[in-house]
Design a protein around this ligand. Structure first.
Ligand SMILES: [Zn+2]
Length: 377
């Protein structure tokens, strides 16, 4: 009887004890299909759910599209590193959690470094202070208009740098203005400084296709790969007097300043990456700091002094609803209320206010509305 009970007990122990242990042991040893996430030959983690992992990678990469124009065509998204999903088979306890996978994918080497804009700062002075170029600052802050920065706003001076670098290749098509040129007709029956617009200029339009590569969301390369003229510009024809010629020297004489070139035209500009539209109310003429700035024509000074983003700035009234503004000056030689003559020196070129480098920002205002200064020079 006792033997029987013992025998039954042994069977019970085997069935309810050892047998499940054996089954779970077999289960433990069983291998399941999984995927190794391999970066430059090194296995970072192993997970079973391929779909969840692919979604996580996709989400990680797409965060760098946040600033990109929604109309842009995304050509390719990839990692700078060699990243592979390698099929494998592992025991359950060798699998890593998706939370761990996320931690590794989203790892950061350096967070972005930001500074707060103080009164009097501009892109030019900040770039110099942080050993960057103005172009670097613009790339780091694509959503910031360098001509419209205000104290208290933040600017990135060192980029967000993740461990896994994301490369994005895209194409964007934007319409840009084509500036017109001015043809001068010399006329010896008119005095110099006398000007007569024979024909106003009209700006043209072109469609430009940009090929852009981004690294972690920041512009790496930007190249115009195709330009199609939509509308040819119409050149302005201006008759100028030659009786007593005043030569102010310099490479190009824009009348109000000796400049190097027009660095930014009047009108709309579309950022090729963000697609943001910005309006430029004046004409920027790149010039050496300290170069004299001359009055456009006879008039009376309305304002002369610091004016926010314009920096040191002069506003002149010429009568008949015509006013001109001269901004980002390094010095001012006139006072408000003062009467001035055409060609009179009123100040000097600088980079004060929201400026990206030494230039004269010249505005022409007719009856309260800005005009294309090229039609007035
Ligand atoms: Zn300007």
């Amino acid at each position: 009887m006792l033997k029987r009970i013992i025998a039954i007990l042994l069977v019970v122990i085997f069935v309810f004890g050892i047998f499940p242990v054996l089954i779970s042991w077999a289960d433990y040893l069983k291998k399941e299909p999984a995927y190794e996430f391999v970066v430059d030959g090194e296995v970072w983690f192993t997970v079973a759910d391929r779909k969840a992992l692919e979604e996580m990678i996709d989400e990680y990469q797409r965060q760098f599209l946040a600033n990109v124009d929604p109309h842009a065509a995304i050509k390719k998204i990839s990692f700078a590193q060699d990243v592979q999903l390698v099929p494998t088979e592992v025991r359950k306890d060798q699998l890593d959690s998706l939370a761990y996978a996320r931690e590794r994918i989203y790892a950061v080497e350096n967070e972005a470094v930001e500074i707060t804009i103080k009164k009097g700062d501009n892109f030019w002075s900040l770039a110099r202070a942080y050993n960057l170029t103005v172009a670097d600052l613009e790339i780091l802050n694509p959503d910031v208009d360098p001509h419209r920065i205000y104290p208290g706003e933040k600017l990135v001076i060192s980029p967000f740098n993740p461990v896994l670098d994301v490369l994005i290749e895209l194409e964007n098509t934007v319409v840009e203005t084509v500036p017109f040129t001015i043809q001068y007709q010399k006329n010896n029956s008119m005095f110099s400084h006398e000007k007569q617009i024979v024909r106003s200029g009209v700006e043209g339009e072109k469609e430009v296709v940009y090929h852009i590569t981004l690294r972690n969301g920041y512009q790496d390369t930007l190249e115009a790969i195709k330009e199609t003229t939509l509308k040819e510009p119409v050149n302005a024809i201006v008759r100028i007097g030659t009786r007593t010629t005043v030569s102010r020297g310099g490479r190009v004489n824009y009348g109000v300043v000796q400049g190097k070139r027009i660095s930014s035209a009047y009108g709309w500009r579309i950022h090729p990456i963000t697609g943001q539209k910005r309006f430029h109310e004046g004409l920027d003429i790149a010039a050496n700091p300290g170069n004299a700035v001359y009055a456009y024509t006879d008039g009376r000074v309305i304002e002369a002094g610091w004016n926010g983003g314009y920096g040191l700035c002069i506003l002149v009234d010429h009568g008949n609803g015509l006013r001109t503004r001269y901004a980002h000056l390094s010095r001012i030689d006139v006072r408000a209320g003062q009467k001035i003559k055409v060609g009179q020196r009123i100040g000097a070129v600088g980079s004060t206010g929201n400026s990206t480098g030494p230039h004269l920002h010249f505005e022409v205002i007719k009856n309260g509305k800005t005009q294309n200064p090229l039609n007035y020079l």
